[in-house]
Design a protein around this ligand. Structure first.
Ligand SMILES: [Zn+2]
Length: 302
């Protein structure tokens, strides 16, 4: 019988970077209120989104990236778990569809400690979902989230969402944490992108002549923040530093014609950045058919 589907097939997309296989995995999406953006009014933001055929409030993808390199299996970020409603927390389903279990993942690379990135570390009882993984995270973020004086500056909801959740999620991993600096995995190097959080970290994946920058939350909504990198979000810890970092990274990506992947770029989240009209624009990379390298270095196509 011809069954009409009512949902997409699981969100999985492979991108080969030299000898390294990077796989985008969806954790779902989150509709971010227009009031979350600074340096643009809600009316202006809605108009820009409409011009770009985007809904308002913007529908923001939450992406994670599996990296298989040199016999290692790592995941960059863990999604929101069950903490942010029914449109998120899809990562376990995406992994299952890929045929990779959480137990096979030996390294969790975190871009930062925020609910949509790190609340997928444990089950609701606080047990580690990545049972045999070490966690690579910036010690600046860990220090900030465990600082009671910093915590006391926020309201009760923010204290729970940004501080208590991070402590709860990290608790079962604290005896297997490594600072996110230098080469963290074969071919994968941490790069500090402080601002959005004190230890916000990107990861550069490089192999042979190929390179990819996984830029974490350098951008939440490309239609709003690339034409004007000074548009910040309410959940930046230091919005001025976040804007400066965004400008620096956009300049880097555009100058070096660097392939970029982002946690909140529209799934599967691979783009190039170009300069346009005094700002920047994201050009989504078209579907890549090449996946498996063949002996001699040529790529095999389907
Ligand atoms: Zn985020």
């Amino acid at each position: 019988m011809n069954v009409i589907p009512d949902a997409q097939v699981p969100g999985i997309y492979h991108r080969r970077i030299g000898d390294i296989l990077v796989t985008a995995l969806t954790d779902g999406y989150y509709d971010t209120p227009l009031a979350s953006f600074n340096a643009v009014t809600e009316e202006e933001a809605a108009a820009i989104l409409a011009e770009n055929f985007q809904p308002a409030p913007p529908r923001v993808s939450i992406n994670c990236f599996l990296i298989r390199s040199g016999g290692r299996t790592a995941i960059v970020d863990t999604g929101a778990g069950g903490s942010m409603g029914p449109t998120l927390g899809v990562l376990p389903r995406s992994l299952a569809a890929l045929g990779v279990s959480e137990g096979e993942i030996d390294t969790v690379l975190l871009t930062h400690l925020h609910p949509d990135h790190s609340n997928g570390l444990t089950d609701p009882d606080g047990n580690a979902l990545f049972a045999s993984a070490e966690v690579v995270v910036s010690s600046a973020d860990l220090l900030y989230r465990s600082d009671d004086a910093e915590r006391s500056r926020f309201n009760a909801v923010q204290q729970r969402r940004y501080f208590d959740d991070a402590r709860f999620q990290m608790a079962p991993y604290m005896d297997r944490v490594r600072d996110a600096s230098g080469e963290v995995l074969p071919g994968v190097t941490a790069t500090p992108l402080a601002g959005h959080t004190p230890g916000h970290t990107g990861y550069v994946v490089s192999s042979g002549n190929d390179a990819l920058l996984i830029w974490g939350d350098t951008c939440h909504v490309p239609e709003l923040q690339l034409p004007n990198p000074d548009v910040t979000v309410a959940f930046d810890v230091d919005s001025a530093a976040a804007a400066r970092t965004r400008r620096r990274v956009l300049d880097w990506a555009a100058s070096d014609r660097l392939l970029v992947a982002g946690m909140h770029l529209h799934f599967p989240g691979f783009i190039h950045v170009v300069r346009r009209n005094g700002g920047y624009q994201a050009l989504p990379e078209s579907w890549r058919y090449e996946l498996a390298p063949t002996p001699g270095g040529a790529e095999r196509t389907v």
